[in-house]
Design a protein around this ligand. Sequence first.
Ligand SMILES: [Fe+2]
Length: 271
Amino acid sequence: MIVEMFSVPLGIVDGYFTKHNELKKFMYDVVDRYQPDHRWEFGGGGIENYFNPPGYLDDDPTLYDSLFLIDEPILKEFNAWCVEQIDFFVSNTLEYLNPKGGMILDCWGNRCTEEGAYVVPHIHTNCIVSATYNLNFDPAQHACLEFINPLNQGGTAPMIEMASVENNQFNALNLTTRAKEGDFLMWPSYLKHGYGASQIHEPYKNNIDRFTLAMNYMPKQVTSSRYAFKVSPPDPDAIRWEEGAAYLEDDYERHKKASTGHPIRPGELPR
Ligand SMILES: [Fe+2]
């Protein structure tokens, strides 16, 4: 008898967001409209993020950004659909007690626009489930998301790697998904993930656009037998003023000018 001791679930939603085409059209409009303030390049180029300021700007809490701050019905519907999927994953697969359900803390666009561009394996912090939605995705040319086996400590300790007859859940060092457009993937946030360089070839040469929407989820209330705490999204103004000693008005203005992005709030966006 073999006992399967520990396992990591990857959730792939069976159904689809019914307004996928509308969302896709809207998102291409969004990136055109908001490029100057909400677009960031990652890595060596070819990876564009929208509504996701890079970590080195974390010392400016006013840079909190999220696609879901845009006050648009299609985004509200998509947000609700995503929460529904992850709530189900948390309650029925992970089987956590989650009576109040959860929320998407942040959501951003990840676009690969150059052949050879890739995203190095990384984790998302301060959340329990992360997810990605394949907005514009062709498995024939775009790299699928890859997950690293968390039991493989190869990055921090010596290890022995052996060839295997076949990859299985006990010997695989990583797993590459087989995804298609419209797929919604969910996983515990501690899992390291990334994607390799897309294999772009004719007739796709001029159509390199792997576009996904990434997001992080937290329960509205974290409950254990000893205590519970509520989770709320950051309030940029509150952080700024409560930590006023670190952010004098002049500093704030200088900071804001030095960055190419700025915080957004519903109703403040240009049309
Ligand atoms: Fe990620």
